[in-house]
Design a protein around this ligand. Structure first.
Ligand code: SAM
Length: 195
């Protein structure tokens, strides 16, 4: 159910240009959580807590740890989590995900932070995945740019797209994980350990 509080987060994201997961991608992610009986989630890239809150609202047993390096967004996320009275099930961490070391294991690791560093995130955090866990990565098509035929005029954007393509190759060639790619939302990858 979409509440006024949830719409307020969406409006804030639009007004202040905060990137949050698109609706179709979010629905896909929530379905994966249900289908795989996911209880413990690690999210890289909280922004203002939109997806973290949506995931926690799925079930009282769902716990989310989420890392954000931008302090303004982190404090906004704290406020939103408090509004939804989810402080006991959503643990927000302020810092760079590449500098933080976590001991815990998770059923789902959701990678949604800096796109240029996806490979590093995957390599670092796959050790925190439970045996039957899944790693989900968002923005695999990066607004259609990954498969675009035309030359991308901006150099920065071109480099970013190249990094996402490299990440896709990295996932395809990984010998411990099998990855499926879905067109949902902005393109989503679901990776599982090969048994
Ligand atoms: N997952 C959020 C949602 O759907 O509601 C959206 C996350 S937004 C696309 C990406 C966020 O990752 C930004 O707020 C950015 O500041 C954060 N970020 C980027 N690189 C990061 C890093 N290395 N460590 C922690 N946060 C990072």
């Amino acid at each position: 159910m979409i509440t006024k509080e949830m719409r307020d987060i969406e409006k804030y994201a639009e007004e202040y240009n905060v990137p949050i997961m698109d609706k179709k991608g979010l629905l896909f992610l929530l379905n994966q959580i249900k289908r795989n009986n996911v209880k413990n989630i690690l999210e890289l890239g909280t922004a203002i807590g939109y997806t973290a809150i949506n995931m926690a609202l799925l079930d009282d047993d769902v716990k989310v740890t989420s890392i954000e390096r931008d302090s303004n967004r982190y404090f906004e996320a704290l406020k939103n989590v408090k509004n939804f009275k989810l402080e006991r099930r959503i643990n927000l961490v302020l810092g760079d995900a590449l500098d933080i070391n976590l001991e815990d294991k998770y059923d789902l690791i959701f990678i949604d932070a800096a796109k240029g560093q996806y490979t590093k995130f995957f390599e670092k955090y796959c050790n925190n995945l439970n045996e039957n866990g899944i790693i989900i990565t968002d923005n695999m098509s990066f607004h259609g740019l990954v498969d675009a035929k035309d030359v991308i005029p901006s150099k920065n954007l071109r480099q970013l797209v190249k990094k996402i393509k490299n990440y896709i190759m990295f996932l395809k060639k990984h010998n411990e994980f099998e990855t499926k790619f879905y067109k949902a939302g902005d393109g989503i990858a679901v990776s599982r350990r090969i048994k």
